[in-house]
Design a protein around this ligand. Structure first.
Ligand SMILES: O=C(O)COP(=O)(O)O
Ligand SMILES: [Mg+2]
Length: 224
């Protein structure tokens, strides 16, 4: 039997990155003459990729997202600061122990995020998480982003195929999993833009300590 695969989303699932993205974007947007945004506003823009988030934030701050010079300058400044600034980012409780446990059980672990490669690598390296994943698929790697199923299918393919569970925090992840024909576990403490009941999922959980049992129920029916 091929080994089970668990693939994770990043922002709002493994890490609480909204305070950091908010702090960095607000500093840049206000330097460029924009108004300051609330963390809640910025949280609402996360999940569709770095470029989407920057465009939405520019619009909300009163800057023109169609001004390509300005957008490029803001993007470059954002990526530059995100390389080294992680003091406002937190790994959600129980994540590290759960990743370790699942690896010990023999599951292959993957990451599939809409975050661009640069910021993904920077934040994984900062929290010493990179080596925990057997594959990392970022938003700029396959030409399309979630909710297109291609990035998730690439991650599953990289891990050799087999029974897969996708773990994410938002309707974007749920749509991606459905389109890929992969079961979905919803982490309810991230950046959902809809009620739990309105997001298609096989299981929902509110703490990573509960994930190993979810994985066992979905991937190894009869063992939990
Ligand atoms: O929107 C982003 O940049 C990343 O979001 P994700 O990790 O939840 O896919
Ligand atoms: Mg997410």
């Amino acid at each position: 039997m091929s080994r089970g695969i668990v693939i994770f989303d990043l922002d709002g699932t493994l890490i609480d990155s909204a305070p950091e993205i908010h702090a960095i974007l607000n500093a840049i947007l206000t330097e460029e003459g924009g108004t300051s945004l609330s963390e809640g506003q910025v949280r609402g823009f996360i999940g569709w990729g770095t470029d989407h988030c920057i465009g939405k934030a520019m619009g909300a701050a009163g800057l023109d997202p169609e001004d390509s010079d300005l957008r490029e300058r803001i993007t470059a400044a954002f990526l530059d600061r995100y390389e080294t600034q992680h003091e406002n980012t937190k790994v959600y409780p129980g994540v590290v122990d759960t990743l370790e446990l699942l690896a010990t059980y023999g599951f292959a672990l993957g990451l599939c995020t809409n975050k661009a490669t640069g910021p993904t690598r920077a934040v994984l390296a900062n929290f010493d998480l990179e080596a925990r994943f057997d594959t990392v698929v970022c938003g700029d790697m396959v030409g399309v982003q979630k909710p297109d199923p291609a990035p998730l299918l690439k991650a599953a393919g990289d891990l050799g195929g087999g029974p897969v569970l996708y773990v994410g925090d938002s309707e974007v992840d749920a749509q991606t999993a459905t389109a890929a024909g992969i079961p979905f576990a919803l982490y309810t403490q991230g950046y959902r833009h809809a009620a739990v009941g309105d997001i298609e999922h096989h299981e929902a959980f509110d703490h990573f300590d509960k994930l190993p049992a979810v994985v066992a129920r979905v991937l190894r029916p009869g063992t939990a």
